[in-house]
Write a protein that binds this ligand. Structure first.
Ligand SMILES: [Zn+2]
Length: 242
């Protein structure tokens, strides 16, 4: 069977059996690709470098376009960016891990260069920026990933009536964002209030380039809840946010 090369970012790993691993790679050209890395957990395996957030060039065997469930087999790997810098501090590794898990969950086998580009830009910054990021960076990143993933958070229009935010507003993960309190769906009647200024900041961050969001303040909790409501389970990497 022919081999071919994937260029992408490792966004997930799952141990299989005694020593194998399935690695999920987000690529610009082919979207999300699952790769079987045989004996990847052996100490001297060349596939041990397939760690979260690493940019790799991976030679695989297996036909493309057969569907998300079809695995490719890893033949060889070359590390393009190890991103050692983002592993030195939890303040960087936490957002990186959340970003990889979120992008991996939103991606499909349909390529989306915006989703890929957003994650790549964020990981470069988390690896190389001199300071640690402020909460606005992760908030901006999550609003962008959700938007590119087709589940844009409702930040500047109430999903029920379509009008701009006005006091009081409430945050409904299930509804997809901020509602006027009197517009909340019946099953979300107990939703927490959200401040107009916090909402305006999230809407602004969605439009900012990632670098400009680096030192911005923001509330991150609502965006994390929105991601988890979309996934249907808690983000594993949330524990790394401290
Ligand atoms: Zn409304």
């Amino acid at each position: 069977m022919e081999t071919r090369t994937l260029d992408g970012i490792v966004v997930g790993r799952q141990d299989q059996g005694e020593e194998d691993r399935i690695v999920r790679v987000l690529t610009a050209e082919e979207g999300l690709v699952s790769v079987w890395a045989s004996r990847a957990r052996r100490a001297r395996s060349p596939f041990a470098v397939l760690d979260l957030a690493v940019r790799v060039r991976l030679t695989v065997r297996g036909a493309p376009g057969k569907g998300a469930g079809d695995l490719h087999n890893a033949v060889s790997v070359e590390v393009v960016e190890a991103r050692v810098g983002l592993r030195t501090r939890l303040e960087r590794l936490g957002p990186a891990a959340v970003a990889c898990e979120t992008a991996g969950a939103l991606a499909t086998t349909v390529p989306d260069p915006r989703l890929f580009g957003c994650l790549e830009t964020a990981l470069i910054l988390l690896d190389q920026h001199d300071d640690d990021p402020a909460p606005g960076f992760l908030a901006a990143l999550l609003t962008k990933l959700l938007t590119f993933g087709g589940v844009a958070p409702a930040l500047d229009r109430c999903p029920h009536c379509g009008l701009p935010p006005s006091t009081p507003m409430a945050w409904s993960e299930v509804g997809g964002g901020a509602f006027h309190v009197h517009c909340l769906p019946p099953d979300a009647a107990g939703a927490a209030r959200v401040d107009l200024a916090d909402l305006a900041q999230l809407a602004r961050l969605r439009r900012l380039p990632m670098l400009d969001a680096w030192a911005e303040p923001a509330i991150v909790g609502p965006m994390l809840s929105l991601v988890e409501a979309h996934l249907g389970h808690a983000l594993r990497a949330r524990a790394w946010l401290g």
